[in-house]
Design a protein around this ligand. Structure first.
Ligand SMILES: NC(=O)c1ccc[n+]([C@@H]2O[C@H](COP(=O)([O-])OP(=O)(O)OC[C@H]3O[C@@H](n4cnc5c(N)ncnc54)[C@H](OP(=O)(O)O)[C@@H]3O)[C@@H](O)[C@H]2O)c1
Length: 330
């Protein structure tokens, strides 16, 4: 089969495209024919070794897939021919999804939502949403303990995670203040944000505090641009702050102003989610991932590239030139 893989972790030049033996599923694994995979920032972290994880060499890159079941383990709930998705390959010893075929443990493969075609635009949309939507679900419901009466702040609201986070929080009934570049204000309002603020504006903390005089209950700057004074100024007593990005940042925090207000910092990374957490998220996300419903999440796919262009896709991602998602098709 064709695959995009590395023989050594390192720079983009390590990515090879060529033939590897078709993977052999174990007794509790599915074999899936991949129709689409996508590029996540974390793919570049795994490839470079910046995110330490077990990566058996040669190592096929890639977290997410949409595809079709080829073979199923005994007693499995999904049958050959079913359209499926996964968002947790390519780390912790599992090979990735940048290949014609992938082995997926039974507890990490989910049925595609009703109405999803295995190929074409449906598959591209589903694979583009798999990672950011799962992150948004885990952030709000597993880690952030979002409740309908919460006022939330979503930074990086026009990003992949930010847009999914706004849409999920809106459907949960939360009041949403979000930041983005002004060119994206309309999109953020359409996603469900009540108040949209320019992330470049030095008056952002004051504008946020004016929009939420009682304070914000849950703050999630999905872009990782956390500013300590902003956090202290906008948070309500007992607020939670989610931290999920900016791996190398060393932000200064006014600790006294935070702890004397009972504010909690909650970090998480999707890579540490258990298969049970991910399966719960997949179930919860079903109506949001289904195409053509009032709940359908939106995504921007900037390019659909052939899998043989995986190295180019990584270069584009590392040059921070992506505003949306790159989908790769075998
Ligand atoms: N912890 C986890 O489990 C997890 C999971 C998924 C992703 N992540 C991380 O989360 C981050 C976001 O991922 P993503 O896919 O959503 O990225 P993305 O699509 O590139 O979104 C980032 C957003 O941040 C905005 N932004 C840029 N500078 C900003 C600033 N100073 N203040 C506020 N917003 C600003 C960007 O706006 P412009 O377009 O205007 O520049 C963009 O909309 C990445 O670092 C990724 O590695 C973590």
């Amino acid at each position: 089969m064709k695959a995009a893989y590395v023989k050594h972790l390192g720079e983009v030049d390590e990515i090879l495209y060529g033939d590897l033996p078709e993977p052999v599923p174990g007794p509790t694994d599915y074999l899936v024919e991949v129709s689409a995979t996508s590029l996540n920032p974390v793919d570049t972290f795994v490839r470079s070794g910046r995110f330490p994880t077990t990566a058996p060499l040669p190592f096929v890159l890639g977290r997410d897939l949409v595809g079709t079941v080829v073979s199923a383990p005994v007693g499995a709930s999904l049958r050959p021919g079913e359209t499926v998705w996964c968002s947790s390959l390519g780390y912790d010893g599992r090979q990735g999804s940048y290949s014609d075929f992938a082995v997926v443990p039974a507890d990490r493969l989910y049925p595609a939502p009703p109405g999803t075609d295995a190929t074409g635009s449906h598959a591209h949309r589903l694979v583009a949403l798999a990672h950011p939507a799962t992150t948004a679900w885990l952030g709000w419901f597993d880690h952030g303990r979002l409740i309908p009466s919460d006022t939330v702040f979503v930074g990086g609201g026009a990003g992949n995670v930010g847009t999914a986070a706004i849409q999920l929080a809106a459907s949960a009934g939360a009041r949403i203040i979000a930041s983005s570049h002004p060119r994206d204000f309309d999109a953020l309002r359409a996603a469900g944000a009540e108040v949209v603020l320019d992330y470049r504006d030095p008056g952002l903390p004051a504008a946020c505090a004016t929009a939420a005089p009682e304070g914000v209950d849950l703050v999630w700057d999905t872009s990782g641009h956390h500013d300590g004074d902003f956090l202290a100024e906008v948070t309500a007593p007992g607020a939670r702050i989610l931290i999920t990005a900016a791996a190398e940042a060393t932000t200064q925090l006014p600790l006294g102003r935070l702890y004397t207000n009972d504010v909690s910092l909650i970090g998480f990374v999707m890579s540490r989610a258990s298969s049970e957490q991910l399966a719960r998220a997949a179930k919860g996300l079903e109506r949001f991932l289904a195409p053509g419903t009032p709940n359908s999440l939106t995504t921007t796919i900037t390019e659909v590239l052939d899998l043989s262009e995986a190295a180019r896709a990584h270069r584009i991602m590392e040059a921070a030139e992506v505003r949306g998602r790159i989908v790769l098709t075998p």
